[in-house]
Design a protein around this ligand. Structure first.
Ligand code: AMP
Length: 291
């Protein structure tokens, strides 16, 4: 596997691959790989001739006071894991390379970026849209893979691709979980043992609401309350939000319709660690609705 750190070299490499008729997949990441990242890389391997994994802890998507400095980093380990999972290139630019002195451009996606994570992390999705734009222009992919773990992010990226006419197919890969349901995350290593055990409440809250939907519950408030109640059963949990919304528009109707895809979304803090998770579930249509 090749390690590339310069944008110019990355573009040159990508251009050569395209000229040779090869299909390029990109997997954007912030590193400190776990099975979630590796499943994206393995899936990319299935979809393209050339797999480029990007590793960049993007400062512009962290708010002041968030964990940018503390974010876990281990280039040597990531290099080995990415190679084992089938990546051809690890593109790992420095902050200076991505945002040199005098850099001023930002990419803003309105709409889907304004709720939920957008409220609790203002500016976060602008950082994401900006870096994804720059990574696409550096790696020239045909297809880009993102994890369902960050559901709202996948919507922001899809909107970005539509609006700016990026000729890139977006593929969303299911969330990889620990045996007890906790969604894998690079930040999980910072959970103390007792916090780690309590963190499973996010998954339980989502499962409870999911069951309600599958049993025919369509009232948004009932779903939200079920999740909030479960989350509040752990006193150490500080809830940012528990929400049920149309999975693609993020609209929040009083009542969902048969056949509609619902995103159940939760974000909570356990001590210093902020956790997010989601499930997407379809409202079972009644016989009449199917007809
Ligand atoms: P990150 O390094 O956390 O920015 O994540 C890089 C990519 O991996 C994003 O598209 C994430 O949505 C995805 N990802 C992170 N955690 C998981 C997971 N547990 N399962 C699937 N994908 C994930």
């Amino acid at each position: 596997m090749e390690l590339i750190v310069s944008i110019r070299q990355m573009q040159y490499y990508a251009e050569q691959q395209r000229y040779a008729g090869r299909r390029i997949a990109v997997v954007p990441t912030m590193g400190y790989f776990h099975e979630g990242h590796l499943s994206l890389i393995r899936q990319a391997r299935q979809l393209a001739d050339v797999v480029i994994t990007t590793l960049f802890v993007n400062p512009t998507q962290f708010l002041p006071g968030e964990d940018y400095e503390r974010y876990p980093r281990d280039l040597e380990r990531d290099r080995r894991l990415a190679e084992e999972a089938g990546s051809d290139v690890l593109f790992a630019p420095t902050v200076q390379e991505m945002y040199p002195a005098g850099y001023t451009t930002r990419v803003t996606v309105l709409g889907v970026s304004e709720k939920f994570e957008g409220v609790f992390r203002p500016g976060h999705f602008q950082g994401v849209a900006t870096v994804v734009t720059k990574l696409f222009l550096a790696t020239k992919p045909h297809v880009a893979l993102f994890g369902q773990k960050d559901w709202q992010q996948t919507l922001v990226v899809r909107q970005l691709v539509r609006d700016l006419n990026f000729d890139v197919e977006i593929v969303v890969v299911p969330t990889v979980r620990e045996a007890d349901g906790l969604a894998m995350s690079s930040r999980n290593i910072y959970l103390l043992p007792e916090q780690r055990q309590k963190a499973t409440v996010l998954y339980r809250a989502l499962q409870r609401a999911r069951e309600l939907v599958l049993q025919g519950q369509r009232r948004r408030q009932v779903l939200v309350q079920a999740m909030a109640e479960e989350l509040h059963s752990v006193p150490e949990i500080q809830l940012d939000y528990a929400a049920a919304a149309d999975a693609f528009t993020l609209d929040e109707p009083e009542e969902f319709a048969g056949g509609q895809q619902i995103a159940l979304l939760v974000a909570a803090r356990l001590g210093q660690i902020r956790l997010i998770d989601n499930e997407v579930v379809q409202v079972p249509p009644t016989g009449a609705e199917r007809a």
